[in-house]
Design a protein around this ligand. Sequence first.
Ligand SMILES: NC(=O)c1ccc[n+]([C@@H]2O[C@H](COP(=O)([O-])OP(=O)(O)OC[C@H]3O[C@@H](n4cnc5c(N)ncnc54)[C@H](O)[C@@H]3O)[C@@H](O)[C@H]2O)c1
Length: 397
Amino acid sequence: MKQMHSQAPSLRVALIGHSFMGTIHAQAWQSAPRFFELGLKPEVAVVCGRNDDAASVFATKFDIPQVENDWRKVVADPSVDVVDICTPGHLHSPIALAALAAGKHVLCEKPLSNSLGEAEEMTAAAEAAQERGIQSMVGYSYRRTPALAHARQLVSEGKIGRIFHIRAVYLQDWIVDEEFPLVWRLQREHAGSGALGDIGAHVVDLAQYLTGHHITGVSALTETFVKTRPLVASSDGLSATASDERGSVTVDDAAVFIARTDKGALATFEASRFATGRKNALRIEINGARGSLAFDFESMNELWVQDNTGSRASSGFSRILVTEPEHPYMDAWWPAGHGLGYEHTFVHEIADFVRNIAAGTQPSPSFRDGLAIQRVLAAVEASAQANAVWTATNYEF
Ligand SMILES: NC(=O)c1ccc[n+]([C@@H]2O[C@H](COP(=O)([O-])OP(=O)(O)OC[C@H]3O[C@@H](n4cnc5c(N)ncnc54)[C@H](O)[C@@H]3O)[C@@H](O)[C@H]2O)c1
């Protein structure tokens, strides 16, 4: 394990939102400097939420000195260096634009925004701020799963060769119950889209990130299986209780689409919250001329690799347990075989973000990378509305 570093200058972080992502980010901000050499010492100095009592309970739990209920005040605070946006999607754009204008580094949860127009504006603001030494990054956290970071290395080293197929699904089942309440994720004005933007966005990001290909066009179908649900009485993270009134679900419950890439591969995608029995099955398989890769987040420490260059008699898929110190991020953690969990991907995300701030370099994924994903999401929605018409993403990167 690496040594700790107490003399690094501090980096004061404001966390906006303190539920599911707020909690995992708070933990990551605290863990990252304990396990990684960062060059700066981050501390969450402020937490902001809508409800003072809930935010105060959170602040006590994570030893955060200041609680606020107005994000505008937090973003304007001259003592804040970083704004970490862990709110629903409709607030990403206003908070990020205000924070960048105020000279704060910004970590914004995915998807970057609820619309293409917002994403374009955010990207322009981030790139202007970058010229003043202000960094920004989107929270596509699964990139920091060691097995997927290792998969990217294998692809970029040419081990998979020319890529023919990308096959990606992200499957959950937490709203199969028709009486599950109408949480913000099921409302277009808050979430932008449904399974598509919430979980489909992750596999679009991974498909492009792992292969270096970009999606140039799609043909898509989306469906809302349950059209009305009880309004929310109370909610916390992904759980909620129902009231007696009902309202309309205004986003997709599932999205399926096919795609072409700029380097000539065919890709298939599926994002669903109705895949009964699948809890967080983010799965991706890549088939190339020299071999294949396969990954399932429900076994996140494993990467399956097939080498197609040897004898056919011994060319099956092999399981790599991605826990050796030679694997990405793993030299900071436990002895080989003592696996990591979901929360570690966020520790890696924060560590990479802070190292880039310390070095004055652009972290990845940038807002422009986030915009590229929004173009795909927008094309999927347009194609689905036109009932699976082929729709270009207007790829221009
Ligand atoms: N990287 C990932 O894998 C991942 C996983 C889950 C969610 N997300 C993303 O993270 C974001 C938040 O999702 P979540 O699951 O944490 O949601 P959540 O409902 O659990 O939490 C949302 C938080 O935002 C706060 N909030 C809402 N309006 C606010 C306001 N006006 N001012 C201040 N705070 C406000 C709420 O109080 C709450 O604390 C979303 O963009 C989501 O897509 C990313």
